[in-house]
Structure formats: structure tokens, C-alpha cells
Design a protein around this ligand. Structure first.
Ligand code: PEP
Length: 254
């Protein structure tokens, strides 16, 4: 089980460290759960220092696919690795929606992350109109297909993570029902199985994201194919995030 917090464009240098310290405390007795935090890029170093010696891992919210060069404003996988990142969120719907990220771009980023040893948390998910017209699986299948394109050499399912985040549930307070989440997670696992085989697919972490909070976390995390959560709003308060971590711990321990 992996519980990852996406802080988005929130916190400042001091409050990011404070939040990280709170999360270390909250997660100290939840050894069965992997915990990660993804602060804004300027605070990665400060948060890394705060996380030193803890089990909480560091992730970034985005990166560019080139090694280095004239790409003003971008950060590379190597830069993220050099400040201690373990994970990088890629293809988040907010990046697709506000910054024009395409499936092709996400695919290039995923390849670069995997090549350099960063674990991409690849976000996929349909919009409300897709779900209303019964196209949710078609849309997600296209996103997954592109994101995993040309990753033939990948051996271990721990080299990547997929997050199913229905766009209509992100930051809206609306959540997919546990059944909707399970159906899509099982579908995603079947797509991965077709490309990488059954063993790989069964070992892959598929996270749910979209207004996960303490009141709904357990029901979502109990689903067979839900292996954790990517949490936005509810990751900004350590006690609230801690409750989700503990829900995961309880589910994990049966
Ligand atoms: C997210 O941005 O990845 C997310 C799931 O946000 P929220 O939990 O706020 O819906």
C-alpha cells in the first residue's frame, strides 16, 4: 500500500518543512504503509532535509524529459534525483488541463523517469463527459497505452506506479464509489497485464486519487485492485493525512 500526498502549489519554505515533520510523526507507527510527499519544486531540498532518517519518501510533481539544456523553467529527472526524489508525478490532469500536456509528452517523461531510476506516478483518468457517455474505459485505455509505450525493457513492477484519478473527482469533493474505482483499477491492471504479463501486473501499485479523505479512504482502499491513494487537499494537514495513512495500515493488516 502506498499513500502519496500531492501538495500542488501550496505551502511555503517554512510550512512545507513543518508539514513534512508532522507527517513523519503521523506515519511513524504505520510501518505497513509506504508514505510519500510531493512538495512544490522549490521546497524539495528543505523537505528532503526534514525527512532524513524517516520512512517518508520524497516525490516531485512534474519534470521535463530532456537531460539538460535550454528549457527555461523546467527541471530534469537528474535534478530531482540529486535532491533525493524517489517519485515524480507525471501526467496529472491539472498539467494536462492547464498546461497542455499531451499523451505523447507524458510518454516521453515516463520513459525518461524510468530510464534514470525515478519512479513515475502516472496519472490517468476520464472527464465527467466521458463517464456520462460511457467512454471512461476507452479514454483511460488510450492514456495508459501512451504512457507505457516503448517501456518494453522494464522488469520490475516497482519501477512505476499508476494513479487512477477521475478528473470529475479531483478537488471537487466528489469521489468515485468504491465499485467505480475497483472496476477501473481492475481494467487498468488487465491492460498492464496484456503488455507486461500477469506477474508484473499483479505487483504493480495502482493508486486511487480524487477527493480521498479519512471518511472514504477505508472503503476505497479495501477494494482488491486499489493499492493506495494519491491525495491532494487532504494531504495538506498532517493529522488528516495521518488518518488516511492509518486507514491504509488497517486495511493492509486485514
Ligand atoms: C490530486 O490532485 O492528485 C488529487 C487527488 O486531489 P484531491 O485529493 O484534492 O482531489
Amino acid at each position: 500500500m502506498l499513500i502519496a500526498g500531492n501538495w500542488k502549489m501550496n505551502t511555503n519554505a517554512a510550512s512545507a518543512v513543518e508539514l513534512a515533520q508532522g507527517i513523519i510523526q503521523e506515519s511513524a507507527d504505520a510501518a505497513a504503509v509506504r508514505v510519500a510527499v510531493c512538495p512544490p519544486a522549490p521546497f524539495l531540498s528543505g523537505v528532503r532535509a526534514a525527512l532524513k532518517g524517516s520512512r517518508v519518501r520524497l516525490g516531485a510533481q512534474n519534470m521535463y524529459w530532456a537531460d539538460h539544456g535550454a528549457f527555461t523553467g523546467e527541471v530534469s529527472a537528474q535534478m530531482l534525483l540529486s535532491v533525493g526524489c524517489h517519485y515524480v508525478i507525471l501526467g496529472h490532469s491539472e498539467r494536462r488541463q492547464h498546461f497542455g500536456e499531451t499523451d505523447g509528452g507524458v510518454s516521453s517523461k515516463v520513459k525518461q523517469a524510468v530510464r534514470t531510476g525515478l519512479i513515475p506516478i502516472i496519472c490517468v483518468g476520464e472527464r465527467l463527459n466521458h463517464r456520462k457517455t460511457g467512454k471512461e474505459q476507452q479514454v483511460v485505455a488510450t492514456q495508459v497505452k501512451h504512457a507505457l509505450e516503448d517501456l518494453k525493457k522494464i522488469q520490475s513492477p516497482s519501477s512505476l506506479v499508476i494513479a487512477y484519478e477521475p478528473v470529475w473527482a479531483i478537488g471537487t469533493g466528489e469521489t468515485a464509489t468504491p465499485e467505480q474505482a475497483q472496476t477501473m483499477h481492475r481494467f487498468i491492471r488487465s491492460l498492464v497485464s496484456r503488455q507486461f504479463g500477469k506477474n508484473f501486473a499483479s505487483g504493480l501499485h495502482i493508486l486511487y486519487g480524487g477527493s480521498m479523505k479519512p471518511s472514504n479512504a477505508k472503503d476505497l482502499l479495501r477494494q482488491k485492485d486499489v493499492d493506495g491513494g494519491l491525495i491532494g487537499g487532504a494531504s495538506l494537514k498532517s493529522e488528516v493525512f495521518g488518518q488516511i495513512i492509518h486507514a491504509a495500515q488497517e486495511v493492509q493488516q486485514g
